[in-house]
Design a binder for this molecule. Sequence first.
Ligand SMILES: Nc1ncnc2c1ncn2[C@@H]1O[C@H](COP(=O)(O)OP(=O)(O)O)[C@@H](O)[C@H]1O
Ligand SMILES: [Mg+2]
Length: 264
Amino acid sequence: MTAALVDDDPPLLVAEGLTKWYGQRLGCRDVSFALYQGEVLAVVGESGSGKSTLLQLLSAQLAPDAGRICYRMRDGVTRDLATLSEAERRFLFRTDWGYVHQDSRLGLRMTVSAGANVGERLMAVGWRHYGRIRASAASWLDRVEIDPDRIDETPGGYSGGMRQRLQIARNLVTDPRLVFMDEPTGGLDVSVQARVLDLLRGIVAELGLAAVIVTHDLAVARLLAHRILVMKGGAVIETGLTDQVLDDPQAPYTQLLVSSILPP
Ligand SMILES: Nc1ncnc2c1ncn2[C@@H]1O[C@H](COP(=O)(O)OP(=O)(O)O)[C@@H](O)[C@H]1O
Ligand SMILES: [Mg+2]
């Protein structure tokens, strides 16, 4: 993808010197970057390079041992995530953020209907009118190419691709500004991946979402991201515009990644 929809506003999210240890084991070290509204950042690297750790830090699910994350709230005030109360953090998760898991079962409630999976998020932000909630859920199902006639089925009967599209609908229905995705197409058949990616790309662009997408698949980064951060051994070893990094990688490790010599 080409230029990001960067505006004159300050960044939406700024990470500074993020470091996380699991005991003696390094999760990630000294990671810094800024993310602007409407910008999609892909975090790439082999397994164990620290991608998921970084995503959990950014989404305040893990606390860093060093460094900090500042986020510009809807009211325009930039806050250090470490200073938010638990209630404020939960509110961010319900409204302004989405989190798409690789395993859709972690991101969906498998025992309630597809409509309730989407509608629940609306109720969490204060929607009360049943008819409007259902209509909005049906329209989002349609938008992610799930037949609205299947609104009352539980996700258990859905295919993997449909479940992932339902998870996307559930996350985006509240009109978040920032979405975190951990290997969003990682668990899907190759034939299904392309459709989900295409859909994601359309929706992200249309809504002007900012996103941090963790993937070991450079094709995913190429398709969705404006910028790329390459991680190795917990550290960022290269960063730049997607086309720059993929077409003219500077670090030897990135060159190996791009030439697909490394295993995923
Ligand atoms: N809960 C944990 N306990 C101990 N070590 C962990 C834990 N989670 C991740 N790690 C270690 O941190 C490093 C980075 O892991 P991770 O962030 O999961 O990388 P990736 O998502 O790129 O595969 C790895 O060495 C991994 O073994
Ligand atoms: Mg991971």
